[in-house]
Every structure is written in structure tokens, then in C-alpha cells.
Design a protein around this ligand. Structure first.
Ligand code: DX5
Ligand code: ZN
Length: 220
């Protein structure tokens, strides 16, 4: 993966004008649309659910990258699949039977992603990494946009990148939280290839140039 993908998080978009906000980043060169689903239990915030995913599906051609921050994710896999999710990611901290959950996501026709909180060791996913399409490393504690990047996650990105390389897998490595042009460069250097950014894109007027800056094309 030499190509860096940018996944704008709509959490920082204007929800009253969601269609425009999504089309704006699509036109600006986004690769995925990142959708943060929060239940007020696993994380201390409530955001959007499958109804919004379904509403978004027809307004963009980009893959919908849905990040579940909910307890009991198994219960909602089918619903998110039917709503038009392309990549469904679950937190390993919420999955007692992670291997089963991954297979369930795939059997609904979606790509399967697994997410690690900043403090969760990479060894947690060593035995399922062959089965997933994407690993998402949280670089903030999940729950809110606009928090600052936790630098101690950088070695974890490297560990996953090394594992993926050693096993010769086609697994994408995504980072989420506090990503801006500077921290993006550190993540790319450590081996990430999908960068989620909410406030660093949606708080800028010119989304195309924000996306370009985060992509750090001069590094590649
Ligand atoms: C945090 C969410 C992120 C959030 C990132 O819980 O998972 O996707 O939108 O926001 P920024 O880029 O502003 O840190
Ligand atoms: Zn997210």
C-alpha cells in the first residue's frame, strides 16, 4: 500500500447539511467516508445509527467506513450491512468472540475491521489478523472529535505494520483521532495507510486542500 487514503469523519460535519458536507469531501479527494457510531455506553457520547448510514448511502459513491463504538456489536451487524456499509469495524474490547464477529461481518458481504483503543496491546489481534481487511488503531480515547493525538500509539502502528508485512497480508492500517498534517506524517512513517480526520478537515473552509495536506504527498 503505497497509496495513502483519507477518510473524513463526518462527526465534525454540519449534520443539518450532511449531503453537501459529504459531497464536498468526495469532490475534495476523499477515499472513504468515516461514520462514527456511538451508543452512550461503550463511549460517553451518542451519535448516529443505521438510519443515517442508509440515508447517506445514495448520496456518495465512496465506500462507507463505519466505526462502531457500541456494546454488543453482533446484534447490529446485519442492520449495518443492509444499510449499505462497506467496511464495518468493531472494537476488540467489545467482542468476547472476536473471530465469530469477524466471520459474521464478512458473511453479510462487508469488509471486516477491528479497532484497538490506545491502551489495548496489539497482541490482542495477533491470532485474527489473517481474517480481517483492516486494523484501526485509535490515537485518541474514542468518544469525541477534536482531541489531541496520543503519541504512544505510534509504536503500535509499527508493530501491526511489521506483522502485516511478515505475513504478507493485504490488511489496511487505519488511524483515528487527532490526525492533522503533522501527526499524519508520523502515522504514515510508522506504516499507516488510511488516515481518518474529522476536525482537521471539517473545520477548514477548503476541504480539498485540507485533505491534500493530511495526505502528505511529498513523503511518498
Ligand atoms: C473519535 C472518533 C473519530 C473522530 C476523530 O471517537 O472515532 O473518528 O471523529 O475526530 P478528530 O479527527 O477531530 O480527532
Ligand atoms: Zn472513528
Amino acid at each position: 500500500f503505497s497509496m495513502i487514503k483519507i477518510a473524513p469523519s463526518i462527526l465534525s460535519a454540519n449534520f443539518a447539511r450532511l449531503e453537501e458536507e459529504i459531497k464536498d469531501v468526495e469532490k475534495g479527494g476523499a477515499d472513504y467516508i468515516h461514520i462514527d457510531v456511538m451508543d452512550g455506553h461503550f463511549v460517553p457520547n451518542i451519535t448516529i445509527g443505521p438510519l443515517i448510514v442508509e440515508a447517506i448511502r445514495p448520496v456518495t459513491n465512496l465506500p462507507l467506513d463505519v466505526h462502531l463504538m457500541i456494546e454488543n456489536p453482533d446484534q447490529y451487524i446485519e442492520t449495518f450491512g443492509k444499510a449499505g456499509t462497506d467496511i464495518l469495524s468493531v472494537h476488540v474490547e467489545t467482542c468476547t468472540h472476536l473471530h465469530r464477529t469477524i466471520q459474521q461481518i464478512k458473511s453479510e458481504g462487508m469488509k471486516a475491521g477491528i479497532v484497538l483503543n490506545p491502551h489495548t496491546p496489539t497482541s490482542m489481534i495477533k491470532h485474527v489478523i489473517d481474517d480481517v481487511d483492516l486494523v484501526l488503531l485509535m490515537t485518541v480515547n474514542p468518544g469525541f472529535g477534536g482531541q489531541s493525538f496520543i503519541h504512544s500509539v505510534l509504536p503500535k502502528i509499527k508493530e501491526i505494520a511489521t506483522l502485516v508485512q511478515e505475513k504478507n497480508l493485504q490488511v489496511e492500517i487505519e488511524v483515528d483521532g487527532g490526525v492533522n498534517p503533522e501527526t499524519a506524517a508520523l502515522c504514515i512513517e510508522a506504516g499507516a495507510n488510511v488516515l481518518v480526520a474529522g476536525s482537521a478537515i471539517y473545520n477548514q473552509k477548503d476541504r480539498a486542500s485540507a485533505i491534500k495536506d493530511i495526505r502528505n504527498e511529498h513523503l511518498i
